[in-house]
Design a protein around this ligand. Structure first.
Ligand SMILES: [Zn+2]
Length: 440
């Protein structure tokens, strides 16, 4: 009797939770059209996060004391600039001191990521809370892209992101959206994607760019018919333009890029009308700072994030390691959230010239943005050596053109090695670095 009762309570509790997530997603959907409502939530959440961090963690208590500020000094997002930046080095050195005292650790995951320097960063996350916010933002974003549930979704992800979910051909029901979801973990080149797609018939495919591209590459020469989705959601890494064009040519569908990083989760998602990435501002604050640490709008700067839901281990003014451009005007689509335009990739992957000048990976991507290149990777192997690997969609000698463009941008002191390849290898933590530098 006890077991029956507790089982029933668990089921009812689960349903109650899904209803609550759905209700909050409806509120979040409404809020994005109203600047005042966004600002009100942001400032209220920010004050709560600051109070908790300073009161309940050794690190932030000291961090604020050293900067001579009190939690009460932070009233609005405008006051954030007074708080010193949190670095990956802080996360590595102060892990224990950053954990909220007496937080129920049985609700937490140790989240491990390869940092932009290649060194692992670990942070602690309340997985119930993270899943809740992920679900709310996913619902809002899918509604923005015109998807009313239920849908059929195929997740193409590395196994470590699957958690306890059953894998293809098994499926689970995502109760928040009542979607039917298949989790598929590809292994090398042995997957028969035609069978997978025709079995699942997904409306939506969600995955990492390199896994999506691997699938697209295998399907591009396919003579059999295969089921095509309405939209592909690409997440986790930068989706460069050649990759986007290749995906949309193979699947003949819309592509939505989601910007995020594992220490926090989804940060922003691509505007359905193509005007940059809408920031999930009711769950976090994004700042873009210039080299003097001042917030900038409309120009390139470092992305710094404050999360409202990293309660177990607060993340306040965290330097992510990416470069972006902030846009604060209302979007032509009608939403009033701030947007990130041009997300420029990891800043260690800038190319350093022998003169010391650093070239943005975005500029390198532009040079390689040619219709005849399906995918590329640029590796700075030494101060004066740049290896350019590329996969061509059609046979033509593009080396003279690439050489001319690269010399124009990088000068005559660099040696370029051009290498046409069949595959581009994965480098580190399941990620391809499109522009990778081994130079500090
Ligand atoms: Zn928009």
């Amino acid at each position: 009797m006890y077991l029956v009762k507790s089982g029933l309570e668990e089921v009812l509790g689960g349903i109650e939770n899904h209803i609550s997530v759905y209700r909050e997603a409806i509120e979040a959907e409404k809020r994005q059209w109203n600047r005042e409502a966004i600002v009100e939530v942001q400032n209220r959440q920010l004050r709560a996060v600051i109070q908790n961090a300073v009161k309940n963690t050794t690190f932030y208590s000291r961090h604020f004391h050293d900067a001579n500020i009190l939690p009460e000094d932070i009233h609005t997002v405008m006051d954030l600039a007074r708080i010193p930046i949190l670095t990956k080095q802080n996360l590595r050195a102060e892990f224990r001191n950053m954990i909220t005292r007496e937080y129920p650790l049985n609700k937490c995951n140790r989240n491990r990521t390869s940092g932009s320097t290649g060194e692992p960063v670990v942070n602690l996350q309340d997985y119930v809370l993270h899943n809740r916010v992920f679900s709310i933002n996913s619902l809002r974003q899918r509604w923005g892209w015109g998807h009313v549930e239920p849908r059929r979704m195929l997740h193409i992800m590395p196994r470590r992101f699957h958690g306890d979910a059953p894998e293809f051909p098994e499926f689970r029901i995502d109760l928040n959206g009542l979607n039917k979801v298949w989790m598929f973990h590809p292994t090398e080149d042995s997957n028969d994607y035609v069978t997978v797609l025709n079995h699942c018939k997904p409306d939506i495919i969600y995955g990492n760019p390199y896994l999506l591209l691997n699938m697209a590459k295998q399907l591009s020469g396919e003579s059999r018919d295969f089921n095509k989705p309405e939209v592909i959601y690409s997440s986790f890494e930068l989706l460069d333009n050649p990759s986007r064009l290749f995906l949309s040519s193979v699947f003949d569908c819309r592509i939505c890029d989601i910007y995020g990083f594992s220490e926090v989760g989804d940060v922003a998602w691509e505007c359905p009308e193509g005007h940059g990435h809408h920031i999930n501002e009711d769950y976090l604050v994004v700042e873009v700072l210039n080299s003097q640490g001042q917030p900038v709008i409309g120009e390139k700067g470092e992305i710094v994030v404050t999360s409202f839901y990293n309660d177990a281990m607060p993340i306040i003014r965290y330097r992510v390691g990416d470069i972006g451009v902030m846009e604060t005007d209302p979007c032509p689509c009608g939403r009033h959230t701030h947007r990130l335009k041009q997300i420029h990739g990891r800043n260690v992957d800038f190319i350093s010239l022998p003169s010391g000048v650093r070239i943005s990976p975005y500029d390198i991507m532009n040079i390689l943005d040619l219709p005849s290149i399906a995918r590329f990777q640029v590796i700075q192997e030494a101060v004066t050596t740049l290896r350019i690997k590329y996969i061509q969609t059609q046979q033509q000698n593009i080396v003279p053109l690439l050489h001319e463009r690269l010399v124009k941008k990088l000068g005559h002191d660099m040696n370029f090695i051009f290498e046409e390849v069949e595959h581009i290898a994965v480098t580190g933590s399941d990620k391809i670095r499109t522009v990778l530098s081994y130079i500090e």
